[in-house]
Every structure is written in C-alpha cells, then in structure tokens.
Design a protein around this ligand. Structure first.
Ligand SMILES: Nc1ncnc2c1ncn2[C@@H]1O[C@H](COP(=O)(O)OP(=O)(O)OP(=O)(O)O)[C@@H](O)[C@H]1O
Ligand SMILES: [Mg+2]
Length: 318
C-alpha cells in the first residue's frame, strides 16, 4: 500500500502546523490553561483547519483523544436532525478526561441552512457544559450571528511561500529527495497556498522521475510561465511561424484552451518589463481576444489573429 502523503504528513503536533502562527499561539495558550472556548475556523481549503482541530484534541487529551473528539460533516450527515442526534449521543457519555469537556468538530458548517444553524445553536447551549464546538467553514460570514457571538473566530490564510517551502523541504528530506528553488516555485504557483494540493503534486511528481519545474507544470496540466514569456516575446518580435508552432503545441499537445492561453499571456505581460505604451496595447489586444472567445468565435482563428496583432504591436515599438 502506498502512503498518501497528505495523511502520512498530517501534523499531529501544533508545532508542525505552518503558516498560521497567530492562531496556533492562541490555541497553545488555551491548551496550557486546559480550557477551550467554542471556535470557528474560517478559511480556504488545505490550510490546516481540520489538522489544527485534531492536533488541538491530541494535545489536550493525549492518547485518549479519539474518545474525546467527534468529527461530523455538515454536508454529508443528511440534515440537522442527524447532527443533533450524533451530538446528543456523544455528549451524553461523560468525558474520559480530567478536563471535563469533549470536542465536537463540525466540518463545512457553512453548508447548513440558517434554520439548521439556529437549531444547532440550541443544541450547543444544552450541552455546552461538557462539550466545545469547533466549526470549520470557508467564510465565517455564512455562520449565523448567534453562533458567531458565542465563539472565537480564527482566520486561516493561504499558506505563504516560506511556510510552504519549509514544510515541503522537511517532507522531501524525509522521503530522501531534494527540491530545487525552481521546483518549489512551480509547486507554489500551482497550489495557490493550498498545502493539500501542494503535497499531492509533490507526491505525484516524486513517483515518476526527475523533479523539475517543467515536469511539475506538465503533471498539473498547467503551462509553464516561462513558455508564455517565450511565446509573447516571439510574437512581439514578429517570429510569427515560431510563435504559431509554440501555440499549437500548447493547444494540441497539452490541451490548453484559448482562454488558458490568453490568461497565461496576460499574467506574463503584466510582469514583463516593456514600454508602458506597448504593455497597454498588448493588454487591450488580449482583452479583445478574450471577449471574442467568450462570445463564441472560432478559437484557432482568434488565436492566430491575436498573434498577428502582437506582431504588429511589436513592429510599432521596435
Ligand atoms: N498549515 C499546515 N501545516 C502543515 N500541514 C498542513 C497545513 N495545512 C494543510 N496541511 C496538510 O494538508 C492536509 C490537508 O489539510 P487540512 O485537512 O487541515 O485542510 P483544511 O483546511 O481542513 O481543508 P478543507 O477546507 O478542504 O477541509 C493535511 O493533512 C496536511 O498534510
Ligand atoms: Mg478540513
């Protein structure tokens, strides 16, 4: 059996959770005082919400944490009645720890309707002497105010580059391979701050030969920003046929859509150092091409016509 890295490397200690320092500091102080308020963990996927809830239980309850931690998922527990039954059954059994409370972790709490949340709030009230709730959601604004006002809201941010790098380097070391800065940057740009996504990309690539930026983008089905930079400079310098060939390769071999190409060129021109006027013209040309594609014009013709436009813009400034 292959270990899935997102599970194999799920931190079991608060100190292994990266990029959420302010939250971890607060939680650590709760743990030290052996108490816990009700909490809301709000933030995007793969940033450590579930991990932090479990690590908190582990640090509070030690080996007995499983008996003192109930995980429910609001989107697959078939309605608020099932959730309340589960909460009731769990809360009825006395906590098997000397802290006097157990933790109920409710994932995707923002999937519950307002009415369901109101019902949940009453349940929370009834059992709050011996239970603490941790609600996980993408947006805390989707949680009704009566629940918000009884909880401490903690925001989980997309993982920043350095935090992600330190975690991935640690894992690479444990798996005995090395990760270049280029490869790290590629993974980061694909992950968009989601450490689950980053770990999945890293595991896939490590199973199959050399680990470099080009292969990482390929496996993720994304074009390398370098390819766009090259395409742009070929088009602007009037090397139409070569640009055309690169474009075909991206569309036919890698399956990128016309919109993918335009977006890639767009983020590339924004970073490029060219005359401001030229930059503006390129951006306008991209905007027009995008508009036509969205309106349903023929992709191949529009992309060719875009390359021709870029050649004429380049010509004007050379
Ligand atoms: N801050 C972090 N520090 C260390 N590892 C992390 C962190 N965030 C995520 N991970 C890794 O990614 C995996 C998934 O994270 P987790 O389940 O905590 O995400 P989540 O925020 O609960 O996401 P979702 O909103 O999709 O439920 C973890 O098992 C762990 O390996
Ligand atoms: Mg989660």
């Amino acid at each position: 059996m292959i270990d899935i890295w997102i599970e194999k490397y799920r931190p079991s200690k608060l100190s292994d959770i990266v990029g959420q320092d302010a939250n971890i500091r607060k939680i650590r102080s709760f743990v030290e005082h052996k108490q816990l308020p009700h909490l809301i963990f709000a933030g995007p996927a793969g940033t450590g919400k579930t991990t932090t809830a479990i690590a908190t239980a582990m640090e509070l309850f030690g080996e007995d944490w499983r008996q003192n931690f109930l995980e429910l998922n609001a989107s697959n527990e078939r309605g608020i009645d099932v959730i309340r039954e589960n909460v009731k059954d769990f809360a009825r059994i006395r906590p098997s720890n000397d802290l006097g409370f157990k933790i109920i972790f409710l994932d995707e709490a923002d999937q519950l309707t307002q009415e369901a949340q109101a019902a949940l709030r009453r349940t929370m009230e009834i059992y709050s002497s011996a239970t603490r709730f941790i609600f996980s959601c993408n947006y805390s604004s989707q949680i009704i105010l009566p629940i918000q006002s009884r909880t401490v809201v903690m925001r989980f941010r997309p993982i920043d580059y350095n935090s992600m790098k330190s975690r991935l380097q640690q894992i690479a070391k444990a798996e005995q391979f090395s990760l270049s800065e280029d490869a790290m940057e590629a993974i980061y740009s694909i992950s968009e701050g989601d450490l689950r996504k980053a770990l999945n990309v890293l595991q896939t690539i490590s199973n199959s030969g050399e680990i470099n930026a080009a292969r990482i983008y390929e496996i993720a089905g994304m074009a390398n920003p370098k390819d766009f930079r090259l395409l742009l400079s070929k088009a602007l310098s009037g090397a139409f046929d070569e640009a055309r060939e690169d474009l075909d390769q991206m569309v036919i071999d890698r399956g990128l859509s016309g919109i993918d190409i335009i977006r890639g060129l767009h983020s590339s021109i924004r970073k490029e150092k060219v005359a401001p006027k030229q930059k503006l013209q390129v951006i306008m040309a991209l905007g027009e091409a995008e508009f036509r594609l969205v309106e349903g014009a023929t992709e191949l013709i529009q992309l060719d016509s875009l390359l021709a436009r870029l050649a004429s813009i380049g010509n004007e400034f050379n």
